[in-house]
Write a protein that binds this ligand. Sequence first.
Ligand SMILES: CCCCCCCC/C=C\CCCCCCCC(=O)N[C@@H](CCC(N)=O)C(=O)O
Ligand SMILES: [Zn+2]
Ligand SMILES: [Zn+2]
Length: 510
Amino acid sequence: MAISMGKGSVGVLTGVFIASLAVVVAVLLLRTYNLPELKVAWKGKGAPRIELEEDEREQLYEALKGALRIPTVSFSPSEQNTTALEEFKEYIKSAFPRVFNSSLVEYELVGGYSHLFNVQGSDNSLLPYMLLAHLDVVPATPEGWDLPPFSGEEKDGYIYGRGSLDDKSRVIGILQALEFLFKKGYKPRRSFYIGLGHDEEISGRHGAKEIVKTLETRNVKLEYLLDEGFGVLDGVIYGTKRPIALIGVTEKGAITLNLTVNSPPGHSSMPPRESSIGILSAALSRLEQNRLPNLFGTGPEGSTFEQLANEFYWPLNIMMANLWFFNPIISRLMALTPSGNAIVRTTTALTIVNGGIKANVIPATATATVNFRLHPAQTVEEVLNMVSEIIMDERVILSAIKAFDPLPISPYDEENFGYQTLKRTITDLFSVPVAPAVCTVNTDSRHFVNLTESVYRFSPVVMTAEDLGRVHGLNERISREGFETGIQFYWQLIQNSDSDTVPVHRHSEL
Ligand SMILES: CCCCCCCC/C=C\CCCCCCCC(=O)N[C@@H](CCC(N)=O)C(=O)O
Ligand SMILES: [Zn+2]
Ligand SMILES: [Zn+2]
């Protein structure tokens, strides 16, 4: 039976369609332009800036350069340069005499080479907080560097060296800020700890974990903890109008999975139809081709982009403010770049492969290692199940040598003392918007979740995409100005943390 419509019905349908479209557009625009301003001004005064004399300024650069010259390299989980770790102990003692000799500081060595400082405040009713950093670095050879990686040399206003970003500038920055504070007669009201791990680059088992055990035996609870993170990102997030500070409120989980295939060895002149290397390669290829699902918006990354919506150029601002509508497009766009892809899903990285001993021998065994970084909405168990389904071959033996779930999401509401104190200090110093984010790499802070629910990751420096490539890469360096600003940050954060109340915003002035 044919359905016929009169001219009138068509007109009504068109009218309904146009009205619906208008409603959708109105909602999109309202949500975009009614977003609260990112608040960047605060009630009351924050800590004033440090005023440095010229000799003090030189002293802080020299302190960093000296630290960069000590090659505290973590080569592998079982090999560290312990001579350098010993030297580093003596170095910080001589570079920061006020910190080590103050009657307000209890200092102890933990796990052989890690350092724990307890700075006594005057008000025991306030929970202490903790600043965490690590003094070990990944290896570096001089090839490809403009200046040798362990020379601490300077060029065009930049101090070069392995660790100048990750993470010796924070180690030295925190100690230097405290040294200056003591020099000016500062006495903290709130107690705090400084923890300097010596094996973060190889999991923190003997450093950060031992610090945690030490504090746990003393029943210590923390108001908040701050460790390394991405910092103030300039031009890194596509489509943003100005630099953005991201505070890591969680970090991705991780699995290191070994794959092994055994098959009968033999002469290469009579190869089997399938060899251990062939079976393994097919499994690896399936893993790389079948990425785990795009989960954009199911973890705190949705909040990051919604909170930052006003910071994007048109039309991205409308899309970010309305993820309920544009999620399918944004999630696909994000997956196009490696850094965006790391945010939207559990990533799969093939990192080690081994097999074969001689050109005319069919090997008995082939092995590989795959490193997964887990999206906050997934667990180790779920990912391992998905991986087995993708490989679908019982000849491939799977064994997880390291696995942990994504870290809990730390609070970032207006009542949280740690988050708001950090946010205030960042906005006072850098005058940029601040948003919560997922940290896509792992840090020592993950060992501290039993001591506080408020674990944050933020490094006080402006980073471009090029700078991010220098972390663990070539020509790692920090500008003189960037380093000094970082010290300002800790100088102010320590004083702002003395407050017993949560900082309160007032309307944006930027
Ligand atoms: C005065 C202060 C100046 C501050 C300057 C700080 C500059 C830092 C800028 C960026 C740092 C980026 C942070 C990178 C963290 C990388 C962490 C990492 O690689 N973790 C490993 C952990 C490995 C493990 N075994 O656990 C990883 O995720 O693989
Ligand atoms: Zn680091
Ligand atoms: Zn590192």
